[in-house]
Design a protein around this ligand. Sequence first.
Ligand code: PLP
Length: 491
Amino acid sequence: MHYVSTRATSASAARNPENFCDILLGGLAPDGGLYLPAEYPQVTSAELDAWRTLSYADLAFEILRKFATDIPDADLKAITTRTYTPAVYCNARAGESAAEITPLRVLEDGRNGKLILQALSNGPTLAFKDMAMQLLGNLFEYALAKNSDELNIFGATSGDTGSAAEYAMRGKKGVRVFMLSPHGRMSAFQTAQMFSLQDPNIFNIAVKGNFDDCQDLVKAVSNDLTFKARQKIGTVNSINWARVVAQVVYYFRGYLAATTSNDQKVSFTVPSGNFGNICAGHIARMMGLPIDKLVAATNENDVLDEFFRTGVYRVRKAAETFHTSSPSMDISKASNFERFVYDLVGRDAERTHALFRKVDTHGGFDLSGKPGSDGDEFKQVARFGFASGRSTHNDRLDTIRDVADDYDITIDTHTADGIKVAREHMAPRVPMIVLETALAAKFNETILEALGTDAERPAGFDDIEALPQRYVVMPADVAQMKAYIADHTGL
Ligand SMILES: *Cc1c(COP(=O)(O)O)cnc(C)c1O
């Protein structure tokens, strides 16, 4: 299986075919595009039938081997078996089976259709990012050991991504993590989750400043190419291909668990920010999984909802990006969106490049087909199954209350955005699966506001705020940051 950049000319793609392991440790392609397989592997109905009885780990193996053809089967199987275990995804609710890894719960089966919740947040950091990041940790360790190499992950987090990366990479040979966070700005729970890690390969750096200062530091350090190469600096951000492909697995799992035969269809609603999660759904659908609708649910930061309603993609400025109570969806642009646009414009890399050049120069593009627009491909969107909706803080409060009253479970704020929007897209005879992207304990402030009581914490999280914390506080200073990294890598 070869990979191409969404911006490659056909000549450069033919010159530089990339394998899975070549792009595993990288981010953007050298031309600034994102990697995608040269063609999507197809899944037959016979395969789907055979997969109905597999464990999650074995299903992950069957799907990943279609994409990672350069990893020997035995090695890949060992990796998926080690990754997707009930011991890692142990935070299932009462009544759910941890062995399912992503258990389904039917919330409603009535005249409007069937509404199902698929739990993706039972991993160590209680958010769906563990689904991919845990695999990435094991893949990195495998690839680095093969080449006797090492990697220093350097990133910034306002919450979910940083902790998922640290829990995936802790104790892994050849990997260190340097994670910046804004000093004193994360929730007490998030801070405790990250800073209580005592593994010697994890370095938490609390920066005196806000999240943008942290991101600027990461950019400044990464732009020093000599330093970056000498210190073997890498990232694990949401454009990483392996993260996207790991997420394809749970769409298959959700489909197989919600249906009994392959002539049935299901729809998914996905709480969305950077378009990484729902992009995996798009890929599953392109592989032949019988998905009817893929519904992107956004919060007040509705870049994606605007596109799927109008065909206009308009990146938001910092002042137009809201801090909301579903903070992991507070984005100004959707960094994986280029992958879908590439397919939408018929896999025309030159056109994709031109559109995203326009994002850089004019802040967006318009595919509505109206006079003066940049094209009319928006009319193709329905063919790809996409739909969307938007939810606000009050919608979240209402939905958290409704779900607690009607189904007796507490959902988190991002999942609430998903359920609110899913209800607008239900259809009889097509089950609607909402992906649960975090557990409520992570966003307790809003649960208190909605319900007047604290969210339940999974076992083992009761006193995490009281655990000893390991971190350093540093000013937002590039030179000091570089010195700190070099000191601790010894490179
Ligand atoms: C990251 C995240 C999202 C958004 O996912 P994308 O892949 O960026 O679209 C939604 N909910 C939660 C809880 C998250 O952590």
